[in-house]
Design a protein around this ligand. Structure first.
Ligand code: COA
Length: 146
């Protein structure tokens, strides 16, 4: 079942260079920064790419209330760093960010969106299920490129 909260219309926009410190602080506050990732480099890399972006939800105080990284690999769309300020949760910001990222992908001809959930964060799958996502029957393989 799709579950979009009525009434919440946060302002969502493309991130700007000067958002970097606030966005990275948000990612830390949301427990999204893995030891093997450099969040500053991730923010800059996604902003620099033609096929990727970081969107932000403006907070009530004018700061960053939420963020999402979106991109496509020429085939599928992907979401990363889905984050809402812990003080502003359950108001529909996360939902609005996902919908904005989906629109960003649709506008580029992408027909499917995917994301990875860490096994230690499996509970958050509930959030995505409410937005119409379903679990994939796939095994994800990976290898670092030196
Ligand atoms: C997931 C997240 C972005 C949702 O943001 P949000 O602005 O609160 O989202 P919404 O208000 O649109 O939706 C809230 C609903 O999501 C669901 N939800 C969110 N996190 C959940 C979790 N960990 N477990 C179960 N349900 C969850 C709940 O159903 C919640 O509804 P409720 O308020 O009635 O309980 C936010 O909880 C967050 O930043 N979490 C930490 C970072 C994270 O885990 N990101 C996802 C990485 S894959």
């Amino acid at each position: 079942m799709n579950h979009d909260r009525e009434g919440c219309r946060p302002c969502i926009r493309l991130s700007r260079e000067e958002d970097e410190a606030a966005v990275v602080a948000l990612w830390h506050a949301c427990g999204l920064v893995a030891s093997y990732n450099d969040p500053h480099a991730d923010f800059r890399f996604a902003r620099a790419g033609a096929a990727s972006a970081v969107l932000v939800a403006e907070g009530e105080d004018g700061g960053v209330g939420g963020s999402i990284m979106v991109g496509h690999d020429g085939h599928r769309g992907w979401l990363y760093y889905v984050a809402t300020d812990p003080a502003a949760r359950s108001r529909g910001i996360g939902c609005a960010l996902v919908r904005a990222a989906e629109t960003w992908l649709r506008e580029r001809g992408v027909r499917k969106v995917q994301l990875l959930v860490r096994q230690t964060n499996a509970g958050v799958a509930r959030f995505y299920e409410r937005l119409g996502f379903e679990q994939s029957a796939v095994i994800v393989m990976q290898r670092w490129l030196d």
